[in-house]
Write a protein that binds this ligand. Structure first.
Ligand code: SF4
Ligand code: SF4
Length: 178
């Protein structure tokens, strides 16, 4: 029968010599290759103590932005959830009450907003769909964990802290320049 590839090889049934039968040369060759790696530059990092630098347009953990007065920008319109191909976003909308103008920029806001980081594929479509410039993907890496429910990020993690504001303009600028 004709071979499907030209890589077929005739196997030799030649009797092994004594040195071949004790595999000494083969073991030494293997050890030499292993020892060589001790002196090569390591390709692994001691994560999370060391972190790999990421590109300027890296899409990592999301942030829900506040405006300059500290009010949440999100108006719970749901467009990000509709745009999300992984169905990773869930939210509950609520009406802003009198006196809450400093907390929420629009009359409607998200009383609950969650992203399932295990579902998210970090495509950035939620960011593109948002009409209020409320959601952005940052260069923060989602922290590893051993429990699945720890990957459901709520407003406590997602909403930007006023004392630790996040500059998303750099990544946006990079995207525009492309
Ligand atoms: S980055 Fe993509 S997958 Fe992740 S929440 Fe946004 S739209 Fe969904
Ligand atoms: S993040 Fe943007 S798109 Fe998503 S609900 Fe809020 S305002 Fe709408």
């Amino acid at each position: 029968m004709q071979s499907l590839t030209n890589r077929s090889k005739i196997v030799s049934n030649k009797k092994m010599t004594f040195s071949e039968s004790i595999y000494l040369v083969a073991i030494l060759k293997g050890m030499f290759i292993t020892i060589q790696h001790f002196f090569k530059k390591k390709v692994t990092l001691d994560y999370p103590k060391m972190k790999k630098p990421v590109v300027a347009n890296y899409r990592g953990q999301h942030i829900l932005k506040r405006d300059d007065q500290g009010a949440e920008r999100c108006t719970a319109c749901g467009l990000c959830a509709v745009a999300c191909p992984a169905e990773a976003i869930t939210m509950v909308a609520a009406e802003r009450k009198k006196g809450e103008e400093n907390l929420y920029r629009e009359e409607k806001y998200a009383s609950m907003y969650e992203i399932n980081m295990l579902r998210c594929i970090f495509c950035g479509l939620c960011e593109e769909a948002c009409p209020k410039e409320a959601i952005f993907l940052t260069d923060m890496i989602v922290s590893p964990d051993q429990q699945r429910d720890k990957f459901i990020y709520g407003k406590d993690i997602l909403v930007e802290k006023m004392e630790k504001r996040y500059d998303t303009s750099k990544r946006q600028k990079h995207l525009l320049e492309k």
